[in-house]
Design a protein around this ligand. Structure first.
Ligand code: TXA
Ligand code: MG
Length: 342
């Protein structure tokens, strides 16, 4: 299959491009598109065959459910039921935006492979002109996970999608680099208090200001059933191993020297303040303590490592304040919890 990339940054002259994307989706094909978080790989959420193509293209485990994207709030009535009051408040405050709500699923309303057979469904309205235009023209809910090969960092540019899925999908809508750079916050309303299953751009503090106490799912033990089904799989991982390390230039320099003594090559992913470290590859996460920049640059940096011959990747830990919680959640997964000890 030939994969076409179509640039859609200028809405007024792009109508025929949206029409092609809508056509493909209606025919039961998959289309990659930008959102404010990361690129998604979409299919019509009511078609089992179309949704199956998402799992096929990504190599995604069947038991990991997808997020349903909508272009207007009215659409949720068709596939959810008994929406809690606090969920309504979240929709009014944070949609469109990087917040996915897990709500009770209306029976027989969506293709079963969207929700992996669960009685709940994740929904969000993205805050991106391309995603919203596509959804508004289509007028149907779109199931869309991140448009990466399963296990790899999510794509923040059309080129990342092309790299992972070339030959496997017909179309990528290219709307430039995504803004936030990390996936949406996933908030579950099935538990006693609303619980964050995956931290993201909408932080715990932001939610608590609006709906009161919010819980956080702890990373699960391996044999326990995961709260967010996706929690149990390897994620965001470059080809070479990632190690977390203390936020200290000296400690990182020491570690680099030790690894060099073993004739291995090292990459460091860190804020610019680390660029004096003598290392084989350095990928910047922007100015120190600018967490929004770090979120924006993280996946690009993890992916850049795969274009090198590096043996080990070191990532000094960042603050867990605000969006730092989401950044560290992704880095901990990329490292699979490993720390570098000298
Ligand atoms: O920002 C985003 O959320 C991006 C863009 C494309 O919208 N999408 C995204 O999708 O990150 P994905 O499939 O990569 O991640 C979806 C996460 C997974 O961790 C999955 O387990 C969880 O949401 N999830 C989906 N439906 C769920 C449900 N019914 N119950 C619990 N967790 C669910
Ligand atoms: Mg994903």
């Amino acid at each position: 299959m030939k994969t076409t990339i179509m640039i859609v940054d200028n809405l007024s002259s792009n109508q025929s491009r949206y029409a092609q994307a809508v056509d493909l989706l209606i025919k039961g094909e998959v289309v990659a598109f930008p959102t404010e978080t990361v690129y998604g790989l979409g299919a019509i959420a009511t078609s089992e065959e179309a949704v199956a193509k998402i799992f096929e293209a990504k190599g995604r485990p069947q038991d990991n459910p997808l997020i349903v994207h909508i272009g207007s709030k009215e659409e949720i009535k068709a596939f959810t039921r008994d929406i809690p009051k606090l969920a309504e408040v979240c929709m009014d405050m944070f949609w469109p935006g990087p917040l996915t709500l897990i709500l009770p699923l209306k029976t027989d309303s969506l293709a079963e492979n969207v929700t992996a057979g669960l009685q709940s469904v994740g929904v969000r309205m993205p805050e991106h002109k391309v995603a919203l235009e596509l959804l508004k023209q289509l007028k149907q809910p779109v199931a869309a996970p991140s448009a990466n090969k399963s296990g790899k960092p999510s794509p923040t540019m059309a080129a990342h999608v092309y790299h992972d899925l070339e030959g496997k999908i017909p179309l990528i809508l290219d709307g430039g680099t995504t803004g936030i750079g990390l996936e949406s916050t996933v908030l579950d309303f099935a538990s006693e208090i609303p619980t964050i299953l995956r931290p993201g751009g909408v932080t715990k503090e932001m939610l608590e200001k609006v709906i009161g106490p919010v819980g956080e799912a702890k990373p699960t033990d391996h044999d326990e059933a995961p709260r967010a089904p996706g929690m149990k799989y390897a994620h965001y991982a470059p080809d070479s191993p990632v190690y977390l390390i203390e936020d200290s230039i000296e400690k990182v320099q020491e570690a680099v020297e030790k690894i060099h003594n073993e004739q291995k090559k090292v990459a460091v992913i860190a804020s610019e303040s680390f660029n004096e470290v003598k290392v084989d590859y350095f990928f910047s996460l922007g100015k120190k303590d600018q967490l929004n920049d770090a979120a924006h640059l993280l996946y690009q940096a993890l992916r850049a490592c795969d274009e090198t011959d590096v043996d080990i990747i070191l990532a000094p830990v960042l603050s867990k304040k605000g969006v730092g919680t989401a950044i560290m959640n992704r880095l901990e997964k990329a490292a699979n919890g490993k720390w570098f000890h000298s």
